[in-house]
Design a protein around this ligand. Structure first.
Ligand code: 3Y8
Ligand code: NAP
Length: 248
């Protein structure tokens, strides 16, 4: 019987886990342990790092994993690179389940940047009211621009970094258009900073920014080495059942 290791932490991973459970597949969903109460899943979960490429390869061999599915977030570049190397080392097939990038549409006012340092520069020096919808891990980069007011949103309550003017909202997605419009209006936000995560879970803030005519600083995805990848649960099932990759 095959044994699937699903690297999770996204809406797509949760959707795939539900389907795998319904099919009676032997599967485990893996979380890094970044949040206090990760979403419960329809399949068993494991929480915590593996210990780099070697650790992940050893886990695969020790647990008898036969298929590795990387359904992590597009900005989780390290685990994705590790998955490519570990799958080769452990000689198991790897498939990535990711979601297409968001693309700028009519009415959008995007400035695309490569990383959070460039996002700081894109904000300019005049004090502004900024929605930093980046979570917690990269917020420190904005300490070099303390003149702005920052609306922060974390999954869990945490001590925000030294940003003198900020408001911390504690909330986990998926988010709604109505909720995002209210948030942007209530905090008189003038510009939104976002990662090009793709998917539906965090998209509402872009629709709200468009509706309010607000500019968006959009951080492009980090580089991930080439691997077989698809963008739907059905395509993952084709791969599992027939070894077919109907790529993105
Ligand atoms: C721990 C698992 C599900 C998955 C839900 C998706 C949607 C909601 C939108 C904003 C943007 C952000 C952030 C975000 C979204 C989904 C998805 C997604 C963005 C959980 C989860 C884990 C994490 C980790 C967390 C990061 C943070 C990033 C918040 C669970 C809820 C900003 C990314 O405090 C921390 O250390 C948090 C860290 C990585 C980015 C950062 O740098 O801070 N996600 N998010 C996973 C693990 O431990 O392995 O708790 O249930 C998952 C989800 N977050 O099944 O319902 O699919 O993208 N997550 C971004 O996209 O910009 C919020 O606020 O508008
Ligand atoms: P990352 O920078 O790519 O990974 C850093 C280290 O965290 C990895 O080397 C690995 O540690 C561990 N790790 C990451 N994902 C893991 C997983 N699913 N299971 C076990 N260990 C994992 O990762 P990240 O950007 O911090 O993201 C961590 C998790 O949050 C991922 O599950 C991702 O899907 C989810 N997430 C991230 C974002 C984001 O914006 N980055 C957004 C939404 C959800 P070892 O080397 O010790 O194995």
């Amino acid at each position: 019987m095959r044994h699937i290791l699903l690297l999770g932490g996204t809406t797509e991973a949760s959707a795939l886990a539900t389907v795998l459970a319904a099919r009676g597949e032997r599967a485990v969903l893996s979380y890094a342990g970044r949040t206090e109460h990760p979403r419960a899943q329809a399949i068993p979960i494991r929480i915590g790092g593996f210990g780099g490429v070697e650790g992940l390869a050893h886990y695969i061999t020790r647990e008898g994993v036969t298929h590795l599915v990387d359904a992590t977030h597009p900005f989780a570049a390290r685990i994705s690179a590790n998955a490519i190397a570990a799958a080769a080392l452990a000689n198991v097939p790897l498939l990535a389940l990711t979601r297409p990038e968001w693309v700028e549409g009519a009415g959008d006012r995007w400035t695309r940047v490569a990383d959070s340092e460039q996002a700081v520069a894109a904000l300019g020096t005049d004090p502004a009211r900024v929605f930093l919808a980046l979570g917690r891990q990269t917020i420190g980069d904005f300490a070099s621009a303390p003149q702005h007011f920052y609306l922060l949103r974390f999954v869990d309550a945490a001590e925000p970094p030294a940003l003198p003017h900020h408001h911390l909202a504690v909330d986990r997605g998926p988010f709604t258009l109505a909720g995002e419009l209210a948030l942007l209006r209530d905090h008189r936000i003038a510009v939104v900073v976002a990662k090009n995560a793709g998917g539906s879970g965090a998209r509402a803030k872009l629709d709200a920014a468009r509706e309010l005519g607000l500019p968006v600083v959009m951080i492009d995805r980090p580089f991930i080495p080439p691997r077989a990848q698809v963008s739907s649960v059905v395509a993952v099932l084709d791969w599992l059942d027939h070894g077919v990759v109907r790529g993105v």
